[in-house]
Design a protein around this ligand. Structure first.
Ligand code: SF4
Length: 175
């Protein structure tokens, strides 16, 4: 069977290479710094809301007790693109060299996801355990906050695409 994480490690190497070459130049662009900070704030808001609504307890149950990590399956890490991984590097995320839980996503750490910038599936997906535990009003608040987080993340990704394109660096972003 093909090792799905081989592709992930290759994308991590691409992201690290981009970071080494371009992080300084990016940090000197005010527009990039503002977007990065806005994104960090929205991710923080999302996390606060998830905690208020009790999601970490629900999600960590699956992460720890469900084989394959529940919705955090192995293949999901392969959907990540170098830009999303690059953004995580700006916040000092240190990617693992092997999965903590066998047969789970490479980015699933002992108590949950280790990433700050996450792929839209990871931000948006709500399993039936969550949807049945929350009121309609709370679900609406949560999806609206996820939308804000994903919107800023998308703007940052577009910024990075244009930045690298203007320097003749073409990065494959598809999984
Ligand atoms: S990236 Fe994080 S949230 Fe997404 S599947 Fe992996 S561990 Fe789960």
């Amino acid at each position: 069977m093909k090792d799905a994480n081989k592709d992930v490690f290759s994308k991590i190497e691409t992201a690290k290479g981009l970071y080494d070459r371009f992080a300084q130049a990016l940090r000197e662009i005010p527009g990039f710094c503002i977007l990065l900070e806005d994104y960090r704030k929205e991710i923080g808001q999302s996390r606060c809301m998830m905690e208020e609504l009790g999601l970490p307890e629900i999600c960590s149950h699956c992460a720890v007790f469900v084989p394959g990590g529940g919705c955090c399956g192995t293949e999901i890490a392969t959907w990540y693109d170098p830009f999303t991984l690059l953004i995580n590097l700006f916040w000092g995320i240190d990617f693992p060299t092997r999965p903590y839980y066998k047969d789970s996503c490479l980015f699933l750490a002992k108590d949950g996801c280790m990433l700050m910038a996450r792929y839209h599936f990871c931000v948006n997906y709500l399993c039936h355990r969550i949807t049945s535990a929350l009121s309609e009003e709370d679900l609406a608040k949560l999806t609206s906050q996820s939308g804000r987080e994903l919107y800023i993340g998308w703007r940052l990704e577009v910024f990075l695409e244009e930045f690298f394109h203007s320097r003749g660096v073409f990065v494959g972003i598809m999984g």
